[in-house]
Design a protein around this ligand. Structure first.
Ligand SMILES: Nc1nc2c(ncn2[C@@H]2O[C@H](COP(=O)(O)OP(=O)(O)OP(=O)(O)O)[C@@H](O)[C@H]2O)c(=O)[nH]1
Ligand SMILES: [Mg+2]
Length: 177
């Protein structure tokens, strides 16, 4: 049986729930408090496919501007991009396009194949406070050729689907060329 190794990076403005999504997936936990990620946290997850095993390294990259210098090294060699915004904070959604442009420049410069990814509308459990509609999210995802997910790290909604897609899509793109 084959084992393939891929790397996903999870990026977005501060406080949108990147670490919370990873924590929900990895240990099925949720914390109400926010501790800013310094630089990046690395973890790995294993997925079984009929064709073999995929090990996905997940680089959870801190969103604070202060850490900009530290971040670049974590983008290297990524196969998959997970871009997160907070549905209750319109400003985080508005930053996605610029961030996407900056990142694809940095990552794709070292590779000629297509970089797969997803756009994640997190905190979907807070519907009453939403400032971004699902339609707007889906439109932006289409524009950037990303798959759209509405997630909640708090309830766990769509979280395993998100990481499963990252593994499956990394594998698919590698084998489609
Ligand atoms: N209601 C709700 N709160 C969430 C959700 N995800 C995260 N939070 C809260 O949002 C805050 C920020 O979560 P983090 O996961 O630390 O955010 P982050 O994107 O990793 O932030 P940086 O590391 O600073 O870039 C915390 O107080 C979490 O409890 C969610 O799906 N629903
Ligand atoms: Mg974090």
């Amino acid at each position: 049986m084959s084992i393939e190794l891929y790397k996903a990076i999870i990026v977005g403005p501060p406080n949108v729930g990147k670490t919370s999504l990873v924590r929900r997936y990895q240990s099925d936990e949720f914390r109400e408090s926010h501790t800013a990620t310094i630089g990046a946290d690395l973890s790995a997850a294993t997925f079984e496919f009929p064709e073999g095993r995929v090990v996905l390294t997940i680089a959870d990259i801190g969103g604070q501007e202060t850490f900009a210098g530290l971040r670049n090294q974590f983008y290297q060699g990524a196969h998959h991009l997970i871009m997160v915004y907070d549905v209750t904070n319109r400003a985080t959604f508005d930053r996605i396009t610029d961030l996407h442009e900056a990142l694809t420049e940095k990552i794709c410069i070292q590779r000629d194949d297509f970089l797969g990814g997803s756009l994640v509308a997190n905190k979907s459990d807070m519907k009453e406070e939403a400032q971004v509609t699902a339609q707007d999210g889906q439109l932006l995802a289409d524009l950037l050729t990303l798959k759209f997910f509405e997630t909640s790290a708090k309830t766990g909604d769509n979280v395993s689907e998100l990481f499963h897609y990252a593994a499956a899509e990394s594998r698919r793109l590698r084998h489609s060329g």
